[in-house]
Design a binder for this molecule. Structure first.
Ligand code: CAA
Length: 262
């Protein structure tokens, strides 16, 4: 994997760690960062065997990601903004459809595109100093990286509309109360420990079943597909694996299963 300029890409024990690394700009997502994130996600998609999760976080302890890079907005016209949104959508859809769980470790500001990045992940763990908002309304635009859809899916229409119409920033306690985050952590270090604990739990599960849970749950939100039918197909795919045989045998023999991802 080549060296990146705007992100830090790290292979840890059984998981990948990706840090957005533009702390001077509060880790705002410029187009180069979007491209680097996409490259790293594409790499993981073909190299995930033996890995049980991905953690995405921001460098430093002030900001996860403070949104799209507003400095790149100057001169953004109708045509260029379509490409701008498309790039973000491609990346965030790709994250949402990863075969292994992706955890956003939200360690500070998660604003605009930063909140949308966290929303595209499967799980969100937020440090106590985390803040969430969709402040695009203050710039005269709307969320453009999937926020109108995913925020509504995750916290419901009333609360999502309130946040997007006002641009209000909410703290991590309120985000937990809204179901926007799964867990709170004290700080970056504690947050990473919590991510690692979660990944450790996944290590004991069947990888093909994990992939199919993600796929089936995502199908619920895919208006072009029948989620129930997709679930039946995914169940049937899992039932033809040796992990399934192992899981059933382990239950009968009253021991822990030893899944191989096969
Ligand atoms: N884009 C580019 N640069 C940004 C940025 C962003 N989104 N957010 C912060 N920065 C930069 C600042 O310009 C500043 O750089 P300089 O030192 O070169 O001036 C540096 O990061 C530090 O920021 P502040 O001095 O503003 O720090 P602060 O502590 O006073 O305020 C803040 C922090 C409240 C997060 C404030 O920076 C802020 O409001 N940022 C913008 C947040 C925002 O509106 N995000 C949404 C962007 S639009 C979007 O994301 C659309 C979409 O859907 C894809």
């Amino acid at each position: 994997m080549k060296n990146f300029k705007n992100i830090i890409f790290d292979k840890r024990d059984n998981y990948y760690l990706i840090k957005v690394n533009r702390p001077k700009n509060l880790n705002a997502l410029n187009q180069d960062t979007i491209a680097e994130l996409k490259q790293s996600v594409d790499f993981i998609k073909t190299n995930y065997k033996g890995f049980f999760g991905v953690v995405i976080t921001g460098e430093g302890d002030k900001s996860f990601v403070a949104g799209a890079d507003i400095k790149e907005f100057t001169g953004l016209d109708k045509k260029a903004s379509l490409k701008f949104c498309k790039n973000g959508h491609e990346l965030f859809n790709s994250i949402e459809n990863m075969p292994i769980p992706v955890i956003a470790l939200v360690n500070g500001y998660a604003l605009g595109g930063g909140c949308e990045l966290a929303l595209s992940c499967h799980i969100r763990i937020a440090t106590k100093n985390a803040y969430f908002s969709q402040p695009e309304i203050n710039l005269g635009i709307i969320p453009g990286y999937g926020g109108t859809q995913r925020l509504t899916q995750i916290i419901g229409k009333s609360r999502a509309l309130e946040l997007m119409l006002t641009g209000e920033m909410i703290n991590s306690n309120k985000a937990l109360d809204y179901g926007l985050v799964n867990q709170l952590a004290n700080d970056n270090e504690d947050g990473l420990v919590k991510c690692e604990e979660f990944i450790k739990t996944l290590k004991r599960k069947a990888p093909i079943a994990i992939k199919n849970v993600i796929k089936s749950v995502n199908n619920f939100y895919d208006k072009s597909s029948n989620g129930f039918l997709e679930e039946i197909n995914s169940f049937s795919e899992c039932s033809s694996t040796s992990d399934f045989e192992e899981g059933v045998r382990a239950f009968i023999e009253k021991r822990c299963p030893d899944f191989k991802g096969e």
